[in-house]
Design a protein around this ligand. Structure first.
Ligand code: C2E
Ligand code: MG
Ligand code: MG
Ligand code: MG
Length: 278
């Protein structure tokens, strides 16, 4: 069996790929329906800054509550959405929900994940700013998280989109830093407001060894280029203490707060909304 991939290159499939491909297409159809049936939800995970005990921000993490299969992880369905324009619909849905939820969240901003595929459309930034304007959301209350894959294909278009968004007041974060191949070249060419250290790096540093020296060097470099650093995946007091001692200022992880629905973070506002709607 031979097919064509997204770029139109001919590729040979083996049987497992056929099964995976069929599964992906099935999942994509279900996901398309799920967006309109409101089976998706957004959970918020708090982000803390050293010295304050209330969250400064939240990260929006999409959830799929499948009626039969239960909660499906974004790690399973975001890659499927990325294979079609579905990722644009998903991205718009999440951002619209964030705009709606933002007034109830007592924090400076909400961080939203953006896929490399979304950034490939030349009008991505324009459409995002239109959506924010439509909801009356100040762009300075939104941060966009991208991974290095954004930079692997289409660095120029990503750079243009970042500039437009940043000029409007939004922040750009480099997500999962240290998990893949992101090198210093990216940090030289593209400006990021925040570097998010991947949880594998945080865990590695806390258990000593070479990761500890690597994290220390990264923090020194980030200070030199005036970029904030956030440690992801803080699960233990030891990891928190170590990252603080190393000079990291922002923290996120299960120890500090798990992703939870809006009602968990803003119970009173939900009651007020219900009363208003009644
Ligand atoms: P991410 O952006 O790096 O998000 C952090 C992931 O780590 C989340 O997984 C979060 O629940 C998890 N996490 C947070 N603290 C801890 C911790 O202390 N320990 C451990 N082991 N994990 C922790 P989640 O929610 O399953 O999301 C997985 C990935 O899916 C995200 O990674 C992000 O790349 C993607 N994703 C989530 N929501 C969206 C979205 O709305 N749009 C797009 N394009 N991608 C999304
Ligand atoms: Mg993220
Ligand atoms: Mg991350
Ligand atoms: Mg990740």
């Amino acid at each position: 069996y031979r097919g064509k991939d997204r770029r139109g290159c001919v590729v040979a499939y083996d049987e497992q790929m056929l099964v995976d491909d069929r599964h992906a297409r099935f999942l994509a159809r279900e996901l398309r329906a799920a967006i309109y049936l409101d089976e998706l939800d957004v959970h918020y995970q708090p982000i803390f800054v050293a010295g304050k005990d209330r969250p400064v921000a939240y990260e929006a993490l999409v959830r799929w509550n499948h009626p039969l299969r239960g909660t499906i992880s974004p790690a399973a369905f975001v890659p499927v959405a990325e294979q079609s324009t579905l990722i644009d619909d998903l991205g718009r849905w999440v951002l619209a929900r964030v705009c709606r939820d933002l007034p109830s969240l007592d924090a400076i901003r909400v961080s939203v994940n953006v896929s490399a595929v979304q950034l490939r459309s030349p009008d991505f930034a324009r459409r995002v700013l239109d959506l924010l304007a439509h909801h009356g959301t100040d762009p300075s209350r939104i941060a966009f998280e991208v991974t290095e894959s954004v930079l692997l294909d289409g660095e120029a278009s990503a750079q243009a989109a970042f500039e437009t968004l940043r000029r409007a007041g939004a922040r750009i974060c480099l997500d999962d830093f240290g998990a893949g191949f992101a090198g210093l070249g990216y940090l030289r060419r593209l400006r990021f407001d925040v570097i998010k250290l991947d949880r594998t790096l945080v865990a590695g540093a806390a258990s000593g060894g070479p990761d500890q020296a690597f994290v220390a060097a990264l923090l020194a470099m980030a200070r030199a280029i005036d970029t904030d650093v956030l440690a992801e995946g803080i699960e233990t007091e030891e990891q928190l203490a170590l990252m603080r001692a190393a000079g990291c200022r922002f923290f996120q992880g299960y120890l500090l707060g798990r992703p939870a629905p809006l009602s968990h973070w803003a119970p009173l506002t939900i009651v007020a909304d219900d009363v208003a709607a009644a």
